[in-house]
Design a protein around this ligand. Structure first.
Ligand code: DC
Length: 221
C-alpha cells in the first residue's frame, strides 16, 4: 500500500502521515526532510542555492537516512550525523525552495524516494508524491489549510523549540515558499489527478486522521 500525502507548508502532512503510518506499522517517509538535509549540507559547504550542478552532486552523494527517535518520531541523519533539529531552522527554510527546484537535485532525491516506496507499505509526504514520485499510489491525499492557520501551526511548533517568530513574518515566509513551490517548472506543488482534497483549517488532528484512515481502509478492503 502506498499512501501519498501532498500539500503546502504547515497543512499537517507530517503529523497526519506519521499517525497513519503508525496505525498500520508502515514506513513513514518525510520527503521534505530530504530536500532540507541537502539544503543544510549545501549551506555548510558554501554551495550556492543557484548552483544546480554542485547541488545535484551533493544530493546524489548525500547519505540521508531516517531512524526512530526515543519517542518514536523519525530522526533525520546525514551520514551518521543527526540533523533533525538543524534542518528546521530558518536559514534552511529560506533556501530549500530554491535548492529543491533544480532538476539535478530532484532526480537524485526522487530516485532514493522511489526505491524506498518500492519496498511497499509506505506513507510519503511532500509536494509531488502523487503527481511525480508515485503517480500509481493507492491513496492520494492533498492536505491544505488557510495560510493564517498554517502559519499559526508552524509558529506553535517553533515556539515549542524556543524560537519566536511573529504571525505576520510566518505568514509571509509560508506564502513565499508556497508561491515558489507552486510556480516552479518541475514537479510543482499541486493536487494529483484523483487526489482527495482535505481542507484542515477547522479540523482537529483526530478528525483529519479519521478522514484519511477511512479512505485508506476503504482501499484496503
Ligand atoms: O515539507 P517541508 O516543508 O519540510 O518541505 C521543504 C521544501 O522541500 C518545500 O518547500 C519544497 C521542497 N519539497 C519538494 O520540492 N518536494 C517534496 N516532495 C517535498 C518537499
Amino acid at each position: 500500500m502506498i499512501v501519498a500525502i501532498d500539500g503546502p507548508a504547515g497543512a499537517g502532512k507530517s503529523t497526519i502521515s506519521r499517525l497513519i503510518a503508525g496505525r498500520h506499522d508502515w514506513t513513514y517517509l518525510d520527503t521534505g526532510a530530504m530536500y532540507r538535509a541537502v539544503t543544510l549540507l549545501a549551506l555548510e559547504q558554501g554551495i550556492a542555492p543557484a548552483d544546480g550542478e554542485e547541488l545535484g552532486l551533493l544530493a546524489r552523494n548525500a547519505e540521508i537516512g531516517f531512524q526512530p527517535g526515543p519517542d518514536g518520531s523519525p530522526q533525520v541523519f546525514a551520514g551518521c550525523r543527526d540533523v533533525t533539529e538543524e534542518i528546521r531552522g530558518r536559514d534552511v527554510s529560506a533556501c530549500v525552495s530554491e535548492v529543491s527546484a533544480h532538476r539535478s537535485v530532484r532526480e537524485a532525491l526522487v530516485e532514493k524516494q522511489r526505491s524506498i516506496a518500492a519496498a511497499g507499505d509506505v506513507v510519503m509526504d511532500g509536494r509531488d508524491i502523487g503527481t511525480v514520485v508515485c503517480p500509481g499510489a493507492d491513496v492520494k491525499i492533498f492536505l491544505t489549510a488557510a495560510n493564517r492557520e498554517r502559519a499559526r501551526r508552524r509558529r506553535l511548533e517553533l515556539a515549542q523549540k524556543g524560537v519566536e517568530v511573529s504571525q505576520e513574518q510566518m505568514e509571509r515566509d509560508i506564502a513565499a515558499r508556497d508561491d515558489y513551490d507552486s510556480r516552479r517548472e518541475l514537479a510543482p506543488l499541486k493536487a494529483a489527478a484523483g487526489a482527495v482534497i482535505i481542507d484542515t483549517t477547522n479540523m482537529t488532528i483526530e478528525q483529519v486522521v479519521d478522514r484519511v484512515s477511512g479512505i485508506v481502509e476503504k482501499q484496503l478492503k
